[in-house]
Design a protein. Structure first.
Ligand code: FES
Length: 85
């Protein structure tokens, strides 16, 4: 039986949060949420994920200068440099 990889997990205790940047602007999100959730919580204009489960690729972002990846499958990480374009 293949290992089950959790895609979603509970956020950390109330008050726990991580700081990161979106196109150079500072942002903050609860620890443990997906990067897509963090971007939605930040109210980013133009970020329109559709499925939030890795199927549509409507949430592609670059993290720390890497290749574009699905934000709905990536956890938000402290200090991440997230680029939408
Ligand atoms: S929202 Fe569909 S792949 Fe991320």
């Amino acid at each position: 039986m293949p290992a089950v990889i959790p895609r979603f997990r509970h956020a950390g205790p109330p008050g726990a949060s991580v700081r990161f940047t979106i196109d150079g602007r500072p942002a903050e999100a609860p620890e443990g949420v997906s990067l897509a959730a963090a971007l939605l919580l930040a109210g980013v204009d133009g970020f329109r994920p559709l499925c939030l489960m890795g199927s549509c690729q409507g949430c592609l972002v670059s993290i720390d200068g890497g290749v574009r990846e699905r934000a709905c499958l990536a956890p938000v990480r402290a200090g991440a440099d997230v680029r939408l374009a």
